[in-house]
Design a protein. Sequence first.
Length: 129
Amino acid sequence: MERKRILIIEDEEDFSKGLQVILSAHDFEVHTATTGKGGLTLAKTLHPDLIILDIMLPEIDGYKICRLLKFDERYKKIPIILLTARTQEEDEVLGKEAGADAYLVKGQKVELLIEQIKTLLAKSSTSSA
């Protein structure tokens, strides 16, 4: 079975590297970007199976990236998980309005993230089949 490609768009490099190690251990092919603009470009060229996206990014914030991808026919089926330090309810509402498939807060157990990734990948592979 082909490994699923995950794109992490996160400006905190230590956090991104840690996530990359964890996801690679779960047999995912992981790519990273540290800016909003770089992440958007990589998302369009790589066409990953799933995107993990921070909200607070240099150049373009995560809400805008999410909106740009979700409202474009070519990329709208790519599941997006907003993974952020922002815990306010209105942030989660903005994320859903932007088209995010899930909203998780940094610091939660990594198992929750892995479970969410597997759920969204399973859902996206059945909807595209």
